[in-house]
Design a binder for this molecule. Structure first.
Ligand SMILES: [Ca+2]
Length: 123
């Protein structure tokens, strides 16, 4: 697997999808594929952020999802879109611990409030 071809995703915060798309087009005109939505609480609840990619749907390599400091300590569920049906999660407290979970994931188990990063991909 060619990890070097993994793309970096773009995060946009908004309470409203149309507003988020407008903001995103100003920042990254080509970033239009919705990859994942990340949530503060389990079961896709609480504060959330939509993550977009500029290279189309998830493939076997997928995208590295950047997480802010706050999200690393608060992420609890993840919805996947556009072929992003698996997420390789790495723990924040132990960067040596990584494991794939199916997306969408209502509960991210040992990565709850403890995720360093996610590689969303198709698998
Ligand atoms: Ca949480």
């Amino acid at each position: 697997m060619k990890i070097k071809t993994v793309r970096r995703a773009v995060a946009v915060c908004s309470t409203n999808l149309i507003e988020a798309r407008d903001k995103l087009r100003k920042i990254k005109p080509n970033a239009k594929t919705h990859l994942v939505t990340i949530y503060e609480h389990a079961d896709f609840r609480g504060a959330n952020s939509d993550i977009y990619g500029e290279y189309g749907n998830c493939d076997a390599n997928g995208y590295r999802i950047p997480l802010t400091y706050s999200w690393r300590n608060n992420l609890s569920s993840v919805q996947g879109f556009n072929d992003c049906n698996r997420g390789n999660f790495t723990q924040h407290s132990d960067n040596n611990h990584s494991r794939a979970l199916e997306l969408s994931a209502r509960n991210i188990e040992e990565f709850n409030d403890n995720t360093e990063g996610i590689r969303a991909h198709h698998g």
